[in-house]
Design a protein around this ligand. Sequence first.
Ligand code: NDP
Length: 453
Amino acid sequence: MHDATQKVLDHVIQLDPNQPEFIQAVTSFMNSVDSLVEEVPQIVYHKVLDRMVEPERVIMFRVPWFDDDGQVQINRGFRVQMNSAIGPYKGGLRFHPSVNLSILKFLAFEQTFKNSLTGLAMGGGKGGSDFNPKGKSDGEVMRFCQSFMTELSRHIGEDTDVPAGDMGVGGREIGYMYGQYKRLQNKSVGILTGKGPSFGGSFIRPEATGYGLVYLAAAMLEAENKSLYGKDCLVSGSGNVAQYTVEKLLHMGAKVLTMSDSSGVIIDPSGIDEKKLAFVKTLKNVRRGRMAEYAQQFKEATYLPHNGSSSTNPLWDVKAEYAFPCATQNEINELDAKNLIANGIKLVAEGSNMPTTLEADHVLMDSGILLAPGKASNAGGVAVSGLEMAQNSQRLQWTPEQVDQQLQQIMKNIYKNISSVAEKYSTKNNFVDGANIAGFLKVSDAMIAQGYV
Ligand code: NDP
């Protein structure tokens, strides 16, 4: 790594040694953009990298709420407003007990470049809380969301910062938060995306991340004269992204062998078809149950609970052609990556953000398989969020077909952009470098043009 890049990375490590996820995201990014330090010297002169790793603003706040027993509970709320060079901050809210500043800074950093790749005018942000919606009643979730929004409402706005959903934040939570914002501000404006279609939401927003992921994978395969049709696929997770990834893979004629949740993995050699997927949707979205029930319902499937002491995930040790991690960060470690390669995987398309550890990344990249980084491959969600903002500004609602067509076009454009940038600045089919560099070039250009702010 060049001295200039290494210095920025060293500074991040020195400043926040206890933020491992953020350091990991910055390290991976710096490895890609390092080659630009000589080609585009103004990024050093204007201290673009130094500024990019420092959020424009971090807001942290107390969220008090009443549980069903009338007891006051306290959680921590955050919003990281990372970079507004190309538009209002945009990025999801995550409700999960693991949420902390390191995770949100990594997500906000990634989001900045992802949003730039969509071609829409959106800056990068991310937020959330260590609140765990699992096992909470509807009333508790509503009271928490209202309290969270009571504080967050001061810091967001349709031209300032427009949050959306992420892990633990789906249509229900967005609805409760939107209702509270409206009550506080007396304004019906698009301050959140992922809203219900009856109050300003865009059609295809729930589907967008999973559908977009499959569209991007299909574009990558098409360039190699391959397709998804008839191919065995592995999907992890069973939340929003996983469900719609499976749905679109089925539309494309692929066979999906696996899904999972935080308790365990199901492996179904006969394939997860439309009927079984409908079962998963009801299980996870309505009953909020566990994937173990899948194997009770469909006897041909095997359920393997996560084993805390195991160093590998059995989901990544199944013979297949293509893999779609859609659960959470660092879900594929070095050994898992080696298992994927040994089992004949030819493409990994990331639905979750940063699903691979740095070591796993190296294994996958060195193996020569196609690797679609989350910044590019899961950008469909935020892209349709951008389209939701456009619809809200116009006070119009586009049809599902119109939105889906735009989503397909955006994912094709992302593929073209990252592959041509990879060829120009790195090597053919190095989509990790392609995505990092393409995202970076646009954001840095805007930052330089706007002076030292
Ligand atoms: P959901 O909360 O809807 O689903 C997350 C899924 O991952 C659940 O099945 C959950 O299981 C599982 N999971 C969570 N932690 C673990 C773990 N440690 N091991 C195994 N499984 C786990 O979230 P989303 O589907 O929205 O998000 C999934 C990923 O996609 C995240 O990385 C998110 O940042 C990323 N993403 C999401 C976008 C969106 O539009 N929603 C957009 C772009 C990226 P359980 O049910 O037990 O909690």
